[in-house]
Write a protein that binds this ligand. Sequence first.
Ligand SMILES: *Cc1c(COP(=O)(O)O)cnc(C)c1O
Length: 213
Amino acid sequence: MTRMAAAHAQSLLRAQEATLVAVSKGQSEEKIRQAIHAGVRGFGENRVQEAQDKWARVWCDFPAAHLHMIGALQTNKVREAVKLFDAIHTVDRKSIALALAKEMQKSGKRPSLFIQVNTGEEPQKSGVLPQDASAFITYCKQELELPVIGLMCVPPVSHHPAPHFALLKNMADAHGLTQLSMGMSGDFETAIRFGATHVRIGTALFGERDARM
Ligand SMILES: *Cc1c(COP(=O)(O)O)cnc(C)c1O
């Protein structure tokens, strides 16, 4: 991670009106602090426990930084997730939606939510299937009154991402959702062309991460 890289990414994205989510999973506290010094404010983590440990320390010095949950969420981690994150990008099933609704009611904290769509219909990947997405979005918004602001996807590595981004954009438009979390280090320019509002960039900013993450 260099200051230049972060500053450059931010100015590019500002021009496109997209928000940078700097994916700090598997990255050291030192690199995170450097990114904050370079002006980055939004960070993405994929594990509740890791985020809790790292950010308890970083927040002492930089309370303005905020976190996005970009990894699969388990129901037993929902309470901590609602506490830690300003946005959760990975709502993908009824049990999680229900648990989030319950926890938000209890805590009064309402992080913004994205519904993850498995646009490539990959069995190993999280996300609601495209054919089930419409009903699930309606369920979350109307029945549970969850603060759903947009959709998120991670296209299959072996595909051209453009059709996946286009599909997500169409679904979001059909439901009046304005936010699109799509685009990573390898494909964020394409994602922005298709209307991404949040790009989740890890390695292109920070370099390689700890391989266990
Ligand atoms: C790790 C991860 C990213 C960042 O990936 P890079 O290729 O390092 O930019 C983005 N989104 C999700 C969901 C991730 O798990």
